[in-house]
Design a protein around this ligand. Sequence first.
Ligand code: HMG
Ligand code: MG
Length: 298
Amino acid sequence: MTSNAIRICETGLRDGLQNERHCLSAEERASLARLLVAAGHRHIEAGAFVREDRVPQMAGSAEVLQRVHGLAARFTVLVPNLAGWRAAEGAGATSVAVFAAASESFSQKNTNGSTAEVLARSREVAAACRQHGATLRGYVSTITHCPFEGRVAVQDVVRVAEALFDMGCEEVSLGETTGRAVPRDVREVLSACAVTLPLEKLALHAHDTYGMAVANVTAALEAGLRSFDSSLGGLGGCPFAPGAAGNIATEDLLHLLHGHGCDTGIDADAAVRVALAAEKLLGHELPGRVLAAARRRN
Ligand code: HMG
Ligand code: MG
């Protein structure tokens, strides 16, 4: 890896699709995954093994995994508990993400348990992953704002991130769930994290509700982060964070990073084509700005 290398985790097929009214079939999701890999993506979040009655868009994640098997990328799936792990493992998952929130209200709404309870379930998943040699990633949600409680204390974020590293996560993604943060908030949370946590193992997962995601990623880049999550076309949000928009659009992130001389390994034009393909499958336009510019050109 070069010193200006940046890791990108494409979350459109999970974080993106989970907020869509129309559910894509497993084959439609796999077809987008193939395009993502062809564009140069090497880390893709492909689905979630959660309750289908709570997130129906993620039903069929096992079939998605089976259909993308053998492609040259790491496919991660979201797993909340041992029931999810058993299903994921049965589908051949080798990379898992556990998720917990820094705010108690969001934890209850999203995962039906307190943060401590959710971390305890995640520890069980982590132990199973260790036993089976699966790679483990962690998310901390609501790193600056909670949709129900407002501002979140930085020490709560650090505490949850520490717990995720302690259970064996190789990377922890800091989820700015509501998209309300401004760069100052991101700098504050990262400087608190830097005291006890390895910055090189942190990622930023920036939702773009208020159009601040590019600014927030820039602040994180300047603070030393080298790993970012994004969503094709800016698709998505979280069904349990009312009003939140999708993650930073992958094409916008690439425009920013490539313009800064960073190396992502992803072809920016091919990334636009993936987002256009997703629009076609979903039957509506996606909010990414680079994508809108491409649409105007055509
Ligand atoms: P629960 O209801 O507390 O679970 O769900 P339970 O253990 O009490 O079991 C109740 C029933 O659910 C049982 O079935 C279980 O078998 C079943 P019954 O006996 O009644 O027929 N069950 C499951 N079924 C399928 N898969 C499972 C599973 N677990 C139990 N894994 C749970 C707790 C967390 C599973 C539930 O609340 C849930 O699925 N929540 C959805 C979580 C979710 O997907 N949220 C969106 C993704 S997170 C996100 O977007 C944030 C992120 O992007 C970062 C950021 O932006 O901040 C990552
Ligand atoms: Mg998210």
